[in-house]
Design a protein around this ligand. Structure first.
Ligand code: K1U
Ligand code: ZN
Length: 174
């Protein structure tokens, strides 16, 4: 099921999410809904709070080649256990901040530990767009958006555009 995506500013996008306590059928169904919502958007990642679910769960698929098999991932309670000193800059976007982009520098490689939907502990190193995306999504779980990594003037300009977008959508829902 495709769920509506919250648009910034929204107080739910500023909150720190509590961990998922156990892997249940409800969490597995949530993971499926998040993947459906992410692919439909389309996006390469999605975090629980973006659909108003205040739980530490993210989805990702950063497969670049449209001919290649999809690589859907659902990460529950993801934690960064190591970050490279080397950085990498990527022009990030966000499904909760449509059509706005800004360069953000983050560690180029990270090691992440999480629980999968079978309840197994997993740990893996990510690089390239996968590394950028997993850090962007974990930020969402901590109430942080990519615009919190940029200067205050550009952040304010983007926030004002989003306030207008929300006013316009409320007046004329598509
Ligand atoms: O969390 C989100 O809002 C999803 C976001 C993730 C992300 C994008 C870019 C850098 C880091 C993290 C998106 O998926 S925005 C859409 C996007 O980047 C995209 C959409 C379709 C194809 C390829 C990329
Ligand atoms: Zn985002």
């Amino acid at each position: 099921m495709i769920r509506p995506i919250l648009i910034h500013p929204d107080p739910r996008l500023k909150k720190v999410c509590p961990p998922v306590e156990s892997i249940t059928d409800e969490i597995r169904a949530l993971g499926r809904d998040m993947l459906d919502t992410m692919y439909d958007a389309p996006g390469v990642g999605l975090a629980g709070p973006q659909i108003g679910v205040m739980k530490r769960i993210i989805t990702m698929d950063c497969t670049k080649d449209p001919e290649a098999a999809p690589q859907p991932m659902v990460l529950v309670n993801p934690e960064i256990t190591w970050s490279s000193d080397e950085g990498s800059t990527y022009e990030e976007g966000c499904l909760s901040i449509p059509d706005q982009y800004a360069e953000v520098e983050r560690p180029a490689r990270v090691r992440v530990r999480w629980t999968d939907l079978e309840g197994q502990e997993r740990e893996q190193e990510f690089d390239g767009l996968w590394a950028t995306c997993v850090q962007h999504e974990i930020d969402h779980l901590n109430g942080k958006l990519f615009i919190d990594h940029i200067g205050p003037l550009k952040r304010q300009m983007i926030t004002r555009k989003m306030q207008k977008l929300k006013r316009d959508r409320a007046r004329d829902p598509a």
